[in-house]
Design a protein around this ligand. Sequence first.
Ligand code: NAD
Length: 508
Amino acid sequence: MAIAASTSSADRLSSYNPATHELLGTVPIHGAAEVDAAVARARTAADSWGALSFEARGRELTAFRKALAAHTDELADLLHRENGKPELEALVEIMMALGHVQHATACAEAALAPRRVSAGMLANFRATISYHPLGVIGVIGPWNYPLFTPMGSIAYALAAGNAVVWKPSELTPLIAVKVAEIAARAFALTDLLQVVTGAGPTGAALARSAVDKIAFTGSAATGRRVMMAAAERLTPVLLELGGKDPMIVADDADLAKAAEACVYGALTNAGQACISVERVYVADAVHDRFVDEVVKQVRALKVGGDDGHLGAMTSEAQVAIVRDHLEDAVAKGARVLTGGPGAISGGYIQPTVLTGVDHRMKVMSDETFGPVIPIKRVGSLDEAVRLANDSKYGLGSTVFAGKGARALAARLRAGMTSINSVMGFAGIPSLPFGGIGDSGFGRIHGDEGVREFTRVKSTAEQVMAIPLNMMTFRQPKEMPGRLRAMIKQLYGDGVVAKAGDWLRKLRG
Ligand code: NAD
């Protein structure tokens, strides 16, 4: 059974269309007992799935991917109606999610291939590192990219040989239920990918359950609660949290491209992306021209409607946060060039460009998660880097520059940087995705993303005996003297140590 059954039909969660408030459907609210039962079923599935070859798992994952692709229209429609994003953005999300199912399937075997490493001093040993599935992974997801974001954990966890119990956001449960139905038909083991539904308490029950790892995506505040709950069983956690991604525009950047990328990076999904461009630092010499171009492009965007560039915000709570940030910025002296707090109407927010901003304002320090572009003039690139790094978050970042672009990117304290593009790192499945600081830790996507869902095992196999065996109490009495000489030879000023230093230098 792919969707854990609720014992009480009265306990149901409703999902609404944020643009029309139409009721889209209801799902069960699962309690701790139902979550634990789903995890127990997943463990049985994990035992069989983990024992399969990569090839056999790959065949089923490919069938799953193809089944998802066959349901593109239905999935896009659900994403559009449940999350509020325009159809085009829903299709982009599906495409990116399926890209990860494909990549995880293709890269798992090589990423998890056992590796022989040097045995160092113990040259008579064969030293091997191998990777093994953890068992059951609990995935807790957010509402902003309700398919792409959890799939970044689910696909890699499955490809590494684990079963998954997924708790989607209470704002977007229907898309998860649909995926679970598709999975139940695509996989031979119907409990391989299960969905449990409900709000925070259901997520908390999953974090406290007997899963082998929790992959959480959401806010830093909830991430802390998840980590505390997981600590009860010492369950490892992967935390993909929020961001306050900076963009730097140098005076030798291609301004037209930088402005276009800024507008897209800040406003796609109505700014509700963890890797949205949330603040922009622009070199003094090009600031005014850049701002003019951004404002011109923003004013040409359409909000709402079937052909809109920006859809409805997914929740009223998120609208309230954006309003609060805008009012705070204006009260502290920011200039509104287009949009602004007065341009919020119900669930729709006109994209807003602000100048004259500083780090005392929430719009420059806290995650806004809305269609807002605060632009700050900087006197030098050093100042831009200092301000960009002045954040508790460290998820994505963007650099638009000419010849110094790579050096600039290297100075940014962030998990990911795009040079002369926005969000490029998210579209390349082989690049690990994740942050530092309040943006969390651990990585999804790429080889690191597969290994994240495994336990590492080290094996030391003695392949031949040598006269000097230190792992025994039966030592000759001259052993201490030999060891003293060896320590000096190997690690001190002895000839062997000097030869080693010389060789390392030679290798660079
Ligand atoms: P949220 O923290 O409110 O909720 C995330 C999930 O946690 C939901 O499923 C929710 O039901 C569940 N939850 C709530 N309380 C819980 C508890 N005590 N224990 C366990 N689970 C609990 O986040 P959100 O508002 O759904 O998502 C928006 C946030 O997610 C933003 O901060 C955004 O930046 C972040 N995000 C990060 C990434 C990333 O990859 N780094 C991707 C997308 C979104």
